[in-house]
Design a binder for this molecule. Structure first.
Ligand code: ADP
Ligand code: MG
Length: 608
C-alpha cells in the first residue's frame, strides 16, 4: 500500500478527535483498547496461524497488575517514599508486561508444540482458569474486583477525560501498528508468515519454527497486557468479568470480521463490533421493549451474514474499493545489486564430495523402506535418483534433507556427520530443496516467496526489523530474490501472487527460493512433474546452467527421457535397495534395471 494513505487516515482521525461528540469519543477509546488486543491476534492467528481463545486472560493480567500496583498498601508502603504516586501506573505497566512475558513463555513452552485443535483447546483451558483465578484471589478483590484505580497522568496533567486518555490509547495503537507493519515487511516477518504453511517448509528454509511460534505468542500476549493496562486506567476499576472466555471469543470475532490476515483489519473489526453492539443496545429496547433481550441473537446473525459474504473479513474488500488510489509496488533495478550485504558462503570446488549417505536403512515398523542405501553427490554434478513407485526414493530424500532420521547408517554433509541434526541444520550448512507437492505461501507474491529462501543470509532480529533498521539488508535480500527469479527465467512475475502461476512455474519458484539461500547442493523432488514440454526444456537448461556454476543437484524424476539427457550419474532404487549406479548409458543397458522396470506391469509410470 502506498505510504501516504495511512498517514492521511491517521491525521484525519486525530483532527476529527477534537470535534467528535463525547459519546463517540468514549466508544472510540474502547475501540482502541480492543484493537490493541486484536492487532496481536491478527499476527498470531491470521498471520502465523495459531488460534487463541485465551487472549482476554492476558488483558486481565495487564489490567490487574497495574490495578494492584497502583492501589495496594504494600506498594504504597514500600515505594511511596521513592516514587511520586503519579508514576505508579508506569510501574504497573512494566510489572504487568513482566508477568505476562513470564507466563506467556511458560504457557508457550507447554502448549505451542501441540498440533491441530489441541492448541485452541488449551487456550480455552487457561483462559478459563485465569478468569476463576482473578475471581478467587482475595488480594485482587475477588469477584468484586479493585476500585479507585488512579487515572494515568503525564507529569502533572491527569488524563481523566476520555478525550485526553483516548489520545494515549490511539497513539499506542498506531505506534504498535507501525511496528507490526514494519515487522511483517521484513525478513523476520516473512518467517512469521511462513509458520502458517506448516513446519516442514519453514524449517527447510532454516527457520526455527518452535522459537518463532513462541515469540509470536509472547508478542500477542504483551499487546493484550498493554491493552489491559489502558483498560484499567480508563475504567478506574477492574473485576474478572471482562476477562472471561466470551471476551476472548469476541476478540477473535473482531479479528476475523476485520480480516484476520490484515493489520488494519484490527481497527475495522474492533470498530465495527463495538459500534454495532452499542447501536443494538440502544435501538433494541425501543423495538422489543426492555423485557426481551435479543441483542446477542441479532448480533450473531449480523456476524454470520458478514462471514458468509466476506470469509476473509471486510478489510480486503475495503482495500479493493480504494485500489485505484493505491500505487503499484516499486520496480527494482538489478544494476543496484548489492550481494555483499548478505551472508554468503564459499562454494566448494568442482568434484568435492558434498552429500554422502552411508549405509542408510530406514524402517517403518516392519517395512524396510531403505535397505543399506549408499549414495553420494559431488559439486558440479547432476545425480538422478530413479526407481518404481514405492522404491524408497522419497524416504531417502527426506533423510538426506534432515526431515527424517535413518534407523541405521548416517548422512554426511560437506564431511560433517549430520547425526541428530534437523532440516534447519541441513539448510544452514547449504542444502537447498524443493518439494514434491509444491509448498509456497500461496497468497504471497513470487518475490516474497523467493526472498524467504534467503532467510539465513540476513541477521537483523525482531526489534531491529520493527524499527526499520534492516532496510539495507532487506533491499539486498529483495534484490537477491529478483536476481534468482531472473536467473530461473521468471523475470516479470515478481509481483504475481504465487497461486496464480501454473504448477510448472510454481515449481520453478521453489527452485528460485532454494537458490536465494545460496545452496551448495540442491535437492529436487520431481521438479518436472506437471510441466509442459517447453517448460521441461527450460528447466533442463536451467539445471545444466546451475551445474556449470558449480552447484550439485540431486533430482528424483519419473520422466526418463528428461533424466537421461540431463544426469551425469543415475542411481536406481528398487524395493528400497540400490540396484545400480552409473552413467545414463550404463544404466540403460543394465539388466537388473531393465528387469526392475520392464518386469513390472506396463502401466508403471517409470517404463524405460
Ligand atoms: P517412492 O518415493 O520411491 O515412491 P517412498 O519412499 O515414498 O517411495 O516409500 C517407500 C515405502 O515406504 C513405501 O512402501 C511406503 O508405503 C513406505 N513409507 C513411506 N513413508 C512411510 C511412513 N511415514 N510410514 C510408513 N511407511 C512409509
Ligand atoms: Mg515419492
Amino acid at each position: 500500500m502506498s505510504a501516504k494513505l495511512p498517514v492521511i487516515a491517521i491525521s484525519t482521525f486525530f483532527s476529527a478527535w477534537l470535534f467528535l461528540p463525547d459519546f463517540t469519543i468514549s466508544l472510540l477509546d474502547y475501540v482502541g483498547i480492543y484493537a490493541i488486543v486484536v492487532l496481536g491476534l491478527v499476527i498470531m492467528t491470521g498471520v502465523a496461524g495459531m488460534t487463541s481463545f485465551g487472549q482476554a486472560a492476558f488483558v486481565g493480567i495487564g489490567a490487574y497488575a497495574t490495578a494492584w500496583v497502583t492501589t495496594s498498601l504494600f506498594i504504597a508502603d514500600n515505594l511511596g517514599n521513592l516514587l511520586d504516586p503519579s508514576f505508579l501506573p508506569w510501574v504497573g505497566l512494566v510489572f504487568g508486561l513482566m508477568i505476562t512475558y513470564a507466563l506467556a513463555w511458560f504457557l508457550g513452552v507447554i502448549t505451542l508444540n501441540l498440533s491441530g485443535f489441541y492448541l485452541p483447546l488449551c487456550t480455552i483451558a487457561w483462559g478459563l482458569s485465569f478468569y476463576y483465578l482473578f475471581g478467587n484471589l482475595e488480594f485482587l478483590g475477588g469477584h468484586t474486583g479493585i476500585t479507585s484505580i488512579p487515572p494515568l497522568s503525564i507529569s502533572t496533567y491527569s488524563l481523566i477525560s476520555p478525550r485526553s486518555f483516548g489520545c494515549v490509547i490511539w497513539l499506542i495503537f498506531f505506534l504498535l501498528l507501525w511496528l507490526m507493519h514494519n515487522l511483517l515487511d521484513s525478513r523476520e516477518g516473512r518467517a512469521i508468515q511462513s509458520l502458517k504453511s506448516g513446519r516442514l517448509m519453514a524449517e527447510s528454509m532454516g527457520i526455527n519454527t518452535s522459537s518463532y511460534r513462541a515469540k509470536v505468542f509472547m508478542l500477542a500476549a504483551l499487546m493484550a497486557s498493554t491493552s489491559g493496562w489502558l483498560y484499567s486506567h480508563f475504567q478506574r476499576f477492574v473485576n474478572p468479568t471482562p476477562f472471561n472466555l466470551s471476551s476472548s471469543i469476541e476478540y477473535l470475532f473482531m479479528a476475523v470480521i476485520g480480516g484476520a490476515a490484515y493489520l488494519w483489519g484490527a481497527v475495522l473489526g474492533s470498530g465495527l463490533i463495538t459500534f454495532i453492539k452499542s447501536y443494538l443496545q440502544d435501538i433494541i429496547p425501543s423495538i422489543f421493549g426492555s423485557n426481551i433481550n435479543p441483542e446477542s441473537i441479532i448480533f450473531g446473525l449480523i456476524m454470520l451474514f458478514i462471514l458468509q459474504y466476506y470469509p476473509n473479513g471486510l478489510w480486503p474488500g475495503l482495500i479493493k474499493l480504494f485500489l485505484s488510489f493505491v500505487k503499484p509496488k516499486k520496480k527494482f533495478h538489478i544494476d543496484k545489486y548489492e550481494p555483499s550485504e548478505l551472508n554468503s558462503r564459499n562454494m566448494p570446488p568442482k568434484g568435492t564430495l558434498i552429500l554422502d549417505a552411508k549405509g542408510v536403512t530406514k524402517r517403518f515398523g516392519g517395512l524396510v523402506a531403505n535397505r543399506s542405501v549408499s549414495l553420494d553427490l559431488n559439486a558440479g554434478e547432476i545425480h538422478a535418483l530413479i526407481g518404481p513407485n514405492g522404491a524408497g526414493k522419497s524416504t531417502i530424500f527426506n533423510i538426506l534433507s534432515g526431515v527424517d532420521f535413518p534407523s541405521e547408517g548416517q548422512v554426511e554433509l560437506l564431511g560433517e556427520s549430520m547425526r541428530g541434526k534437523v532440516a534447519r541444520d541441513f539448510a544452514t550448512r547449504g542444502l537447498g530443496r524443493t518439494f514434491q507437492h509444491v509448498r509456497l505461501l500461496r497468497s504471497q507474491s513470487v518475490l516474497d516467496n523467493v526472498a524467504l529462501g534467503a532467510h539465513l543470509r540476513g541477521h537483523f532480529g525482531w526489534l531491529a526489523c520493527m524499527l526499520r533498521l534492516d532496510r539495507r539488508e532487506e533491499r539486498a535480500i529483495q534484490l537477491e530474490a529478483i536476481e534468482q527469479i531472473r536467473r530461473c527465467g521468471l523475470a516479470g512475475s515478481e509481483n504475481a501472487i504465487a497461486s496464480s502461476l501454473s504448477l510448472g512455474k510454481q515449481r520453478i519458484v521453489e527452485i528460485a527460493r532454494a537458490l536465494s539461500g545460496q545452496p551448495v547442493a540442491l535437492l529436487l523432488d520431481e521438479p518436472a512433474a506437471g510441466l509442459r514440454h517447453l517448460e521441461k526444456k527450460d528447466l533442463a537448461s536451467l539445471l545444466m546452467q546451475l551445474r556449470l556454476e558449480g552447484l550439485s543437484i540431486l533430482i528424483i524424476e519419473h520422466d526418463m527421457e528428461f533424466v537421461m539427457h540431463l544426469a551425469d550419474r543415475i542411481t536406481v532404487l528398487d524395493f528400497g535397495t540400490v540396484i545400480a549406479t552409473g552413467t545414463p548409458q550404463e544404466i540403460q543397458k543394465n539388466p537388473r534395471v531393465l528387469d526392475a522396470y520392464l518386469g513390472i506391469d506396463e502401466q508403471s509410470e517409470g517404463s524405460l
